[in-house]
Design a protein. Structure first.
Length: 283
């Protein structure tokens, strides 16, 4: 299922990966969203970056999927191994086999066997990356969720910016409550080298870490950064390229939830590639 929300614009488009809706008789495979549901949502812009006017809510029609097909196990990836070059203290060190890892060999884990484009945000998996782009210039936030619902984990994404500027933001959603509400934590980097953390619940959007400059983040277009999130109970630590940025305490969302990438654009032509998303359960 895919939905799209705008800044106080709620564009709800229920779209599902072709032939991959779970039946009610059998639970989905936790490793394969190909037999479950995935969606794209566009929601409020990051409130700490820009203020935008309120726009009436618009709801669009729903498309129906066909019956699910058999699950196919993901194949090995050609994504470069990071172990040999990890800096001292890197939270990825010595964690062993990941609980869940996707190197974008295909888009099944995110319901992207075909590209998704709602006119604001586009997601496509090809050539070993998830390509994400937005034509927004007012901070509309688009995201893509997968099936796992980790609670206490180290989560990491490897991002490569294409053309970007200023506050164009990319990052990861975690502890997302479900596929439709948009509630969850949003950790991100900006094109100009800032990091941030926000929480969205039924009470609204709250800034946990405001946009903070860091030399640990490679700024500008055509740069690669690793965004790491160590979430253990109410303690949340953000990492850039294996180095600690900041640790905060927040109890606003304590349950496990879905994970996935997001984009929030201000330049009108921002895009990036997600090379890998991976997590390790802490316990």
């Amino acid at each position: 299922m895919r939905k799209t929300f705008g800044l106080s614009i709620t564009l709800c488009v229920f779209l599902l990966a072709g032939c991959n809706l779970p039946t009610r008789q059998a639970a989905p495979d936790a490793d394969q969203i190909a037999t479950s549901v995935a969606l794209t949502l566009t929601a409020q812009p990051v409130e700490l970056l820009i203020a935008t006017p309120t726009i009436p809510t618009i709801q669009m029609a729903t498309s129906q999927p066909t019956e699910p097909t058999a699950t196919i196990a993901p194949q090995a990836s050609a994504t470069p191994t990071l172990t040999a070059t990890l800096p001292a203290g890197d939270p990825r060190q010595d964690r062993g086999t990941p609980t869940w890892q996707r190197n974008m060999d295909d888009g099944k884990s995110f319901g992207l066997e075909e590209a998704y484009d709602d006119g604001n945000t586009r997601f496509e998996v090809s050539n070993g990356v998830m390509s994400v782009s937005s034509n927004s210039s007012n901070g509309f936030r688009g995201w893509r969720l997968s099936n796992p619902k980790p609670q206490n984990m180290y989560l990491e994404g490897i991002f490569r910016t294409n053309t970007c500027s200023g506050g164009d933001t990319y990052g990861l959603v975690f502890r997302a409550a479900d596929y439709t509400s948009g509630y969850g934590y949003y950790a991100g980097f900006t094109c100009d080298g800032k990091y941030m953390l926000s929480r969205w619940t039924s009470s609204g959007t709250s800034t946990i870490i405001s946009a903070t400059q860091s030399d640990l983040i490679l700024s500008g277009s055509n740069q690669t950064n690793r965004l790491g999130i160590l979430a253990d109970g109410k303690n949340i630590s953000l990492y850039a390229n294996g180095k600690l940025l900041e640790t905060v305490t927040d109890s606003g969302i304590s349950d496990g939830g879905h994970i996935g990438p997001f984009i929030s654009a201000f330049s009108g032509g921002f895009s990036y590639a997600l090379d890998e998303i991976v997590y390790w359960d802490l316990r």
